[in-house]
Ligand binder design. Structure first.
Ligand code: FNR
Length: 348
C-alpha cells in the first residue's frame, strides 16, 4: 500500500514528540527548586483527611493535575493519544489533546483525535487550537472530541523560531469572539514561555476567564524548533520567557477573578503542590508524562500517576493542610533570585 505523503504540519507533530523526548532530562533544575516549604513536625492530621480535589468552574476534578495538550495530528501521535486516553480513563485525570487545527483542515487526521473517546468516553477532555483560528474552527475542534473545554494556545516565540511559523500575531479579536460564542469554557494557554501580568490584563479585558500561564522550566520550544531549522539560528533565545513560578507570581492580582492554571516544568508531586500553593487551581503536565508513556506504556504510567495522587495527599498531610484552600496559606520560603524578581515586579 502506498501511504499518502505526510503534510508538513502532520510531520511536525512527530518531530515535536521526538525532540521533546530527546531533550527531556529527568530532573532538570528549574525555578521550583527556589521554593521551600517549612516543615511542620506536629501537623495533627491523618492522610485520609486531606482532600486534593479542585474546582474548575462548575466542574469538580478529583485530581489537581491533568495531562496537558500534546498529541494527535499524525499516525504516530494517534497511538500516543490512545495511550494517554487509557491513562486518563484509569486515573480519572482530565486530558487535553494537541492542536486540532490540522485535522479541521485535513479530515483524514480526525481519527488521530477522536481515538481518545474510544478509550475514555466519559472523561473530561480539553480540545486545543492555536490562536489565529476563528470561531468556526473552535466549534469544529470542540465537536470533534465532544470536548468539555477548549485550550487556545498563544505561542509567538515558537512561531518565530519555527521556519514555517506564523508571522502575524493579531489574535485578540478572534479569541474574544470565541470566548463570547463558544458553549464550553475557554482556556488561553502559553506553550512554555510563561505569561506576564500585562498579558493577563489583556486577556481579562476581552472576557477570558481561564488562563494556563505555561511557563519556562520544562519543555522548551525554542530548543525544539531551533533543532528543526537547518541554520540553528536561534539558540541564543533558549532562556526566553518567564518561568512557571515567575508567571504564577505575575498572576497574583488576577487569582480572585480568573481561574489560573499552571504548567511548564512539572517533574513530580512536590512541583504540583508548589504550583497550587502559588495560586494555581490545577496543574498541567506534558513533557514528563510523555516521557513516562514512551518509556513505560499506559498501564505502568497510570500506576505512577495514581501514586502521584497519593503522594500529593501525603505531602499535604505533612504540611498540616486539609485542602487546596488551606495549602495556599502554607508558609513558603523563596530563593534570593525569586525575591529579586518579586521586588523588580513590585509583587510580594
Ligand atoms: C506540546 N505543547 C503543546 N501545547 C499546545 O497548546 N498545543 C500543542 O499542540 C502542543 N504540542 C506539544 C507537543 C509536545 C510533544 C509537547 C511536549 C508539548 C506544549 C505543552 O502543552 C506545555 O505548554 C509545555 O510543554 C510546557 O509543559 P511541560 O512539557 O514542561 O510540562
Amino acid at each position: 500500500m502506498v501511504r499518502p505523503k505526510q503534510s508538513i504540519q502532520s510531520h511536525r507533530k512527530d518531530e515535536h514528540v521526538f525532540l521533546a523526548e530527546k531533550f527531556h532530562e529527568e530532573m532538570r533544575q528549574n525555578d521550583f527548586d527556589g521554593l521551600r516549604f517549612i516543615h511542620q513536625s506536629l501537623p495533627e492530621i491523618a492522610i485520609a483527611d486531606v482532600d486534593i480535589s479542585t474546582q474548575f468552574g462548575p466542574n469538580h476534578w478529583d485530581s489537581p493535575f491533568y495531562i496537558n495538550g500534546m498529541t494527535g495530528g499524525s499516525q504516530q501521535t494517534k497511538k500516543i493519544n490512545a495511550q494517554l486516553a487509557q491513562v486518563a480513563q484509569i486515573t480519572g485525570l482530565p486530558m487535553a489533546t494537541g492542536s486540532q487545527s490540522v485535522a479541521v483542515k485535513d479530515p483524514s487526521l480526525v481519527d488521530t483525535f477522536t481515538i481518545i473517546r474510544e478509550y475514555n468516553p466519559e472523561g473530561f477532555v480539553l480540545g486545543n487550537i492555536g490562536a489565529g483560528n476563528d470561531l468556526a474552527v473552535a466549534q469544529q475542534a470542540v465537536a470533534m472530541t465532544n470536548a468539555n473545554a477548549l485550550e487556545i494556545h498563544v505561542n509567538t516565540t515558537q512561531e518565530i523560531v519555527m521556519p514555517e511559523g506564523d508571522r502575524q500575531f493579531y489574535w485578540l479579536d478572534q479569541i474574544a469572539e470565541i470566548v463570547d460564542q463558544l458553549t464550553v469554557p475557554v482556556i488561553v494557554k502559553e506553550v512554555g514561555f510563561g505569561m506576564s501580568a500585562e498579558t493577563m490584563a489583556q486577556l481579562q479585558s476581552i472576557g477570558v476567564q481561564a488562563i494556563d500561564i505555561s511557563g519556562r522550566g520544562g519543555t522548551n520550544f525554542v530548543t525544539i524548533e531551533n533543532e528543526r531549522r537547518h541554520d540553528k539560528a536561534y539558540d541564543y533565545l533558549e532562556g526566553w520567557g518567564q518561568s512557571t513560578v515567575e508567571s504564577l507570581f505575575e498572576s497574583q492580582g488576577f487569582q480572585n477573578d480568573l481561574t489560573i492554571l499552571a504548567s511548564g516544568g512539572i517533574r513530580n508531586p512536590l512541583d504540583v503542590i508548589k504550583a497550587l500553593r502559588l495560586g494555581a487551581t490545577a496543574v498541567g503536565v506534558s513533557g514528563q508524562f510523555l516521557h513516562m508513556i514512551l518509556k513505560d506504556g499506559p498501564t505502568v504510567t497510570a500506576e505512577k500517576l495514581l501514586a502521584w495522587q497519593a503522594q500529593i495527599q501525603a505531602i499535604m498531610a505533612m504540611l498540616g493542610v486539609h485542602n487546596l484552600t488551606e495549602l495556599k496559606q502554607a508558609p513558603l520560603i523563596v530563593s534570593p533570585e525569586l525575591r529579586h524578581y518579586l521586588n523588580e515586579r513590585h509583587l510580594t
